[in-house]
Design a binder for this molecule. Sequence first.
Ligand SMILES: [Mg+2]
Length: 184
Amino acid sequence: MHLQPDFMVERIWDISPQRLRAEGIRFLIIDLDNTLVDWGQARLRGEVERWAKQCRELELSICICTNARCKPRTARIAARLGAGYLSAAGKPFAQAYRRALELLRADAPETAFIGDQIFTDTWGANRLGLRTFLVKPLSPRDFPATRLPRLLEQRLFRSWRKSCLLYTSPSPRDRTRSRMPSSA
Ligand SMILES: [Mg+2]
C-alpha cells in the first residue's frame, strides 16, 4: 500500500505555484473539504483565493475532485476559482482520478494531487502516479466516518515526521524533490 505523499505541507497556499510550474506540473487535482474550504462550507478563505489566482496566472489548470455529493456547492466554489470539478467522485478508486485527468486533458506525470486524507486522497493518487501533496485539515470538523482513518493517520504522521522528509520549503531554489525513505 503506497500511502506516503511526496510532500506534506501545512496549508494548500504553502505550495508554490511557481515551483510547480518550474518542475513541469501543469495540472492540479484538488480535494474540496478541509483542503480548499473548511469542512462542509462554501466560503473560500482569502489565502485560497489568492493562491488560486496565482495558479491561473501561471496557467495551472485546476479540477476539484470531491467525494461530497453536494454538486451546487462544489460548482459554486469551482466557478469562483476558475476550476473544473467532479462531485461524488469515488476516491480512492482509480476511476475518480482518471475522470479528473480526462476533464483536464492531462497526463499523470504533469499532474499533482492535493488533499488532506491519506486513505482516500493520497493513496488513490499515488496509485495513478500523480505527484501527491498532503495538507493538514483546514478545520477540526470532519465527516463522522473519517474518525477511525484520522486516528490511523495520526500514527502515520508521527512515524513519517521521525523520518524527517515530510515538509519541503516552497523555495524555488530548492528543486530537490523530497521522497520519504520507505513506504508505509
Ligand atoms: Mg478532504
